[in-house]
Design a protein. Structure first.
Lengths: 528, 669
């Protein structure tokens, strides 16, 4: 008897061990699949063109990277296994039932056809609902994000209530969608429960009649019905398993929508054999055209034939009315957008035939909106040049008059950006400028780099920047005369073309448009 | 053998207690994530981690306008562990469920009846064989008809109840989620600027999405799991006790070690889920930051460095995710072991008693079969506890967020502003002995006394850190002064309701953020009930109409679709149009013209002369061209006003303004 007990115990231990083994085996891989897919998405999104990011709200990308992938992991953890196991159980169960009593077995099979039709109808409907719900969660994510990024405006206009209302109405829509899904699921579940049960009832009645007639033994009927009842849970479970599969399917679909967006080819053109890099030619725009891919057909391109030559070592200021395409033009140089016509060359080499990494090493950019990342002030600057020395950092900070970083609590190693100290617009701009000049790039593109600086600092930055610009080929977008004066020549962008090139004073004389753009300063100065 | 069952912590009692929150024993005090210092995200770069001494936000640093020093290593914001009161997650869940009590009961009752009806099947089979067969043999179809009818009825009822259950339970779950999301968002919007400057958008997103999602899992299936487990345990324990007292009592006794297992599982998984919630928030923060800054990321070739950093954060989350699954595995294995040992022991004991003749073999056989089923719900209970702990950890994070009090609260009894004359729409601004210090110390405004008469345009100049922006933020009530008062037409800003305050004071900042939606909607933020004509009028007045009209869909252009194409200058024009539409008594421009070109700036100045004529205006400017339109200039330095007077007068003097003005004249050539 002791031995029997020992065997029982052993069996129990083995069972527990196997249970554990199964979970232990899947634990890391399951978490791994989710993490790997997320890392892939992140990797891919970073390499997608800027135009993709302009189209997609970041909340939609974020919800794909989190909620959708979590759903997928949960599906892989249990429902997938059960879906397979339970389907197999049902098939085997029916085979046994038919073998036991084929007449009664056929009775039980009767609801299969209507159930299949029902399930496929349900799947279509439910997947629509699931998709809508997931998209709405993406929109919800966007609203939450904007609620923080735009908090100063919301507070400044006291709009937190209307913002909360917008959020409320969207989350009520999410609820409606979810309740719609629940209605579908409840209906399906009820039918999946009821129809087989009715069939079992019918089999019971027929079986009882047969037993009464003596055509069947009571034992056979009991055995048959036990098998049928044992199949109850596998059949029932199909309801929510199907629902889970649909949700995972749409989540996967959403994931791959973002994943399938093609990365741009690194080089969009073969290097022209004849025109090998010809020494120091500077930066050249030749008939450069650009139109946004999703712009309506009747809208003229933003840039239609820009011709401009910035000689090596020269600085050219780019001036134009608000919305004339200055920023767009600057984005073409590091190939954040791809020119749709013409070509841009650096020292004679077509940038379209250059690996992006190489191009962006050559060209350094300071953007209109200075974005700092959550890193130390020093790291934020040094990301402009891999492996730069402390001395380089000091020089760059000096050029941009960003000495204030040394007064921060941990000096240049103070954390800044969203997860750190928030700096004022002028401070951010100076760090962004330091980032652009730190690597001593051959080509520099500065988009209105001094706009947020006070007049004292501006003068100091200009003086220091002149030194840098003296040895660099640079394109500087300028809104006011003080910035224009950094440049050797000025190019006026108008109507998608370079309308005039020349020295500041020359253009003031010859171009009415230029005069209008710069006039504020002119009569501001003369009024005193 | 005596059976004193009531005193044992039975699994169903335990689980039930969690759900209804009536159980006296709260979560172990030490298990809140707040107690763990290794919880900080891997990216936290500063100083020595583990200095968790500062447990209140007041004791930690505050990064604000750049004039104040940065965060300390033990900052709960950095580590994403805001202080949470004891049992806050439970209280939160209870407060969410309480209004839906009725429906929760409906759900439970539907589920109970449904389960009961399902159990009727075997009874009907027995009845059919015992009564209907003999009756049939006597040509009596009555019992068979009864069986058929009852079976059909049961099938229909069970389907109907299932339908009701699913609908009702999802309804509860969706209502709770709606409520919770709304609370998070409303609360976040009510919190002050200094909170948002530290909490980051990514974390808030994480709270409102990932953390809410984990509650959803609990609500969708939790009740069903819990009731199912409780029912089957009670039902089978009763049957076992009924079959044989001794065996039954022995089985019930095993609940004690199982209860211990459950306790430890709860404690451990709660810790893991707390860490997981922090980890996913860090992943989201990094993700959002990268996607929002994609231009510099690409231009400075950050892709690879970002991949590596993201990998670290993502891997952390992966590890905790795996840990959570392993905790579950540990629980299942250990409780299975306990259960299977118990089965073996009880069977052995039963076998001895059968051998002694003290127990019928049939009873032992039945008991053994039931014993197996008694322990079947171990897995289901584990799943329930798993989702409960995951939800509890998330709720704790949410509770920590909700426990943050706005440092700029709305008044309980607001006072109205005096009615103003339509001809003289400006309001008087008075700073009365105002002192302000960011929480880290380092006083920015030591003591400020300033009166701006209604209708005056005042320019404020000075170098970075002089306190210009602080002055503007105090006037806009982004912060409250630590000392003294800011008065608007004699009323303390702290006594004004939010709508009243924003009719009185509006601030246009340098960052011209556009929200998802159309251009018209973005302008209408200034006044949501404005008509299209009013919106267009505001845009025309500021010189923004032409570029808006040139957009593909004009005012109905979705800025998100073409957001990259609205330049910084155009965005600033849109935010000016907002301000014009808001039509405030006091307008604050905080370096709001920085990206405008000269014609744009002129249009703004014109608008201030025409549309905003008579408003009180405070203009923070680094460009002296803006100063020209001012009636009065304040020069600030180290938080004090060092010069005050009309611009012409100051320019002629010897002070700082005169030298600034000289520099500016030189720079414009």
């Amino acid at each position: 008897m002791w031995r029997g007990g020992a065997y029982l115990l052993l069996l129990g231990v083995a069972e527990a061990g196997l249970f554990g083994l199964r979970r232990w085996l899947v634990a890391r891989p399951l978490a791994g699949v989710e993490a790997a897919m997320r890392a892939d998405l992140y990797r891919h999104l970073q390499r997608l063109p800027v135009s993709f990011h302009d189209r997609w709200a970041s909340g939609q990308l974020l919800s794909r990277a989190t909620a959708d992938l979590q759903l997928l992991r949960m599906f892989l953890a249990f429902p997938l296994t059960f879906l397979l196991v339970n389907s197999a159980t049902i098939v085997v169960g029916f085979a046994i039932l038919l073998a036991q009593e084929w007449t009664l077995g056929l009775v039980l099979l009767a609801p299969v056809v209507p159930l299949m039709v029902l399930c496929s109808w349900f799947e279509t409907r439910y997947s629509i609902g699931a998709r809508v719900a997931q998209d709405q969660i993406g929109d919800l994510t966007t609203i939450v994000e904007e609620g923080v990024l735009g908090i100063r405006i919301i507070k400044g206009f006291g709009r937190h209530r209307s913002q909360a209302r917008a959020f409320g109405s969207l989350s009520r829509r999410v609820r409606e969608t979810e309740l719609g899904k629940a209605r579908l699921l409840a209906g399906l579940w009820a039918l999946i429960l009821t129809l087989p049960e009715l069939a079992i009832g019918a089999a019971l009645v027929l079986g009882t009649v047969q037993v009464a007639d003596g055509a069947m033994s009571a034992g056979t009927l009991v055995a048959f019905l036990s098998t049928a009842l044992a199949l109850r849970w596998p059949v029932e479970s199909m309801g929510f398993l199907l629902a889970m599969s649909q949700e995972s399917a749409t989540a996967t679909e959403r994931y791959f929508e973002a994943m399938d967006a093609p990365e741009q080819a690194d080089m969009t053109r073969e290097s022209a054999a004849g025109k090998s890099p010809s020494g120091a030619d500077g930066l050249r725009f030749e008939g450069v055209e650009f139109r946004y891919a999703d712009a309506p057909a009747d809208v003229p391109p933003v840039l239609r034939g820009v011709d401009l030559h910035i000689r090596s070592g020269e600085t050219v200021a780019l001036v134009g009315a608000t919305g004339s395409g200055k920023t767009t033009l600057t984005a073409l140089v590091p190939r954040l957008h791809e020119a749709t016509g013409g070509r841009i060359t650096l020292d004679g080499a077509d940038i379209a035939a250059m690996p992006r990494g190489r191009l962006r090493e050559l060209v350094s950019v300071a953007f209109e909106e200075p974005t700092l990342f959550s890193a130390t002030a020093a790291d934020n600057v040094l990301m402009g040049a891999e492996g730069a020395e402390e001395a380089e950092l000091r020089r760059a900070l000096e050029v941009s008059q960003a000495g204030f970083v040394y007064a921060l609590p941990q000096g240049a190693h103070t954390q800044v950006g969203e997860q750190g100290l928030s700096l004022s617009g002028g401070q951010r701009q100076r760090l962004a400028l330091a980032r652009a000049v730190v690597g001593r790039p051959r080509f520099l593109v500065l988009d209105d780099p001094l706009s947020a600086l006070d007049v004292h600092t501006e003068a100091l930055v200009e003086a220091a920047l002149r030194q840098v610009l003296a040895t660099t080929t640079a394109l500087v977008v300028a809104h006011r005369p003080s910035t224009v004066l950094l440049a050797d020549r000025v190019a006026l962008l108008s109507g998608g073309r370079i309308a005039a090139v020349g020295a500041h004073h020359e253009l003031l004389r010859t171009s009415a448009e230029y005069r209008a753009l710069m006039s504020g300063a002119a009569d501001g100065g003369s009024s005193r | 053998m005596t059976t004193s069952v009531s005193g044992q912590p039975t699994p169903e009692g335990e689980a039930d207690g969690q759900h209804s929150h009536s159980a006296g024993d709260g979560p172990p005090p030490g298990d809140s994530p707040g107690g763990t210092s290794d919880d900080s995200p891997g990216t936290s770069p500063r100083g020595t981690p583990g200095d968790s001494s500062s447990d209140s936000p007041g004791g930690s640093s505050l990064g604000t306008s750049g004039d104040s020093p940065g965060g300390s290593p033990g900052d709960p914001f950095d580590r994403d562990v805001l202080p949470t009161p004891q049992g806050a997650s439970r209280t939160l869940l209870a407060s969410l469920l309480r209004p839906r009590r009725g429906r929760v009961w409906v759900t439970a009752v539907a589920l109970l009846f449904q389960q009961a009806i399902v159990q009727a099947g075997p009874l009907l089979v027995a009845f059919a064989l015992d009564s209907a067969v003999p009756a049939l043999r006597e040509d009596d179809f009555g019992p068979l008809t009864a069986v058929a009818a009852t079976y059909a009825l049961c099938a229909l009822a069970s389907g109907g109840l299932q339908y009701a259950f699913v609908r009702a339970s999802r309804r509860v779950s969706q209502d709770v989620l709606l409520d919770l999301r709304g609370r998070i968002f409303r609360h976040a919007q009510a919190l002050s600027l200094d909170f948002h400057e530290r909490y980051t958008s990514g974390r808030l997103i994480s709270r409102a999405t990932a953390d809410v999602e984990s509650l959803r899992e609990l609500l969708n299936d939790g009740l069903e799991e819990l009731l199912g487990v409780a029912l089957s345990v009670v039902y089978i324990s009763a049957l076992l006790l009924y079959l044989d007292w001794g065996l039954g009592a022995a089985a019930v006794l095993t609940f004690w070690p199982l209860g211990l297992r459950i306790q430890s599982f709860r404690r451990r998984s709660r810790l893991v889920y707390g860490k997981r919630s922090t980890a996913i928030a860090a992943v989201i923060v990094k993700f959002a930051e990268t996607m929002n800054g994609i231009r510099p990321v690409q231009a400075f070739r950050r892709e690879r460095a970002n991949d590596a950093e993201f990998h670290g954060l993502n891997h952390r989350h992966e590890r905790f995710n795996g840990d959570a699954i392993l905790e579950m595995a540990r629980y299942v294995v250990s409780s299975r072991l306990v259960a299977n040992t118990a089965v073996a022991a009880i069977v052995l004991w039963g076998a001895y008693r059968v051998a002694d003749g003290g127990l019928a073999l049939g009873v032992l056989a039945a008991s053994v079969l039931y014993l197996r089923r008694l322990y079947d719900p171990i897995d289901r209970l584990g799943m329930f506890l798993n989702s409960y702990q995951s939800a509890a950890a998330s709720l704790e994070k949410i509770a920590g967020l909700l426990a943050q009090r706005p440092s700029v609260p709305e008044p309980v009894e607001p006072r109205p502003l005096p009615v103003r004359d339509a001809e003289r729409p400006g309001r008087e601004v008075v700073f009365e002995g105002v002192g302000f210090a960011y929480r880290t110390g380092g006083e920015v405004l030591p003591r400020l006394d300033l009166a701006i008469p209604a209708g005056q345009t005042t320019a404020v100049v000075g170098s970075t850190g002089a306190g210009k922006s602080t002055l503007a933020k105090l006037l806009a009530r982004f912060y409250d002064p630590s000392r003294g008062r800011v008065l608007l037409d004699g009323v303390d800003l702290r006594e004004l309701s939010a709508p009243e305050l924003r009719r009185g004071v509006v601030m246009v900042t340098q960052e011209a953020f556009l929200f998802s939606g159309t251009v018209a909607e973005n302008i209408a933020i200034g006044r949501p009930d404005a008509s299209r004509e009013e919106i267009e009028r505001a845009a025309k007045a500021i010189g923004a109409h032409d570029f808006i009209a040139a957009l593909p869909d004009g005012y109905d252009t979705d800025v998100r679709k073409r957001g990259g194409r609205i330049s910084a200058g155009q965005r600033q024009l849109v935010s000016f149009a907002r301000a014009l539409l808001a039509d405030p008594g006091v307008l604050i421009l905080d370096e709001a013209t920085s990206s405008l070109d000269i014609p744009g700036e002129r249009a703004v100045q014109r608008a201030m002369h025409t549309v905003l004529r008579g408003r009180t205006a405070v203009v923070i400017a680094h460009r002296l061209s803006t100063v020209n339109i001012a009636d009065r200039v304040l020069v600030m330095s180290d938080g004090r006003i060092v010069e005050d007077g009309p611009p012409e007068e100051l320019a002629r003097g010897e002070g700082e303004f005169a030298s600034l003005h000289q520099a500016w004249r030189n720079s414009t050539g």
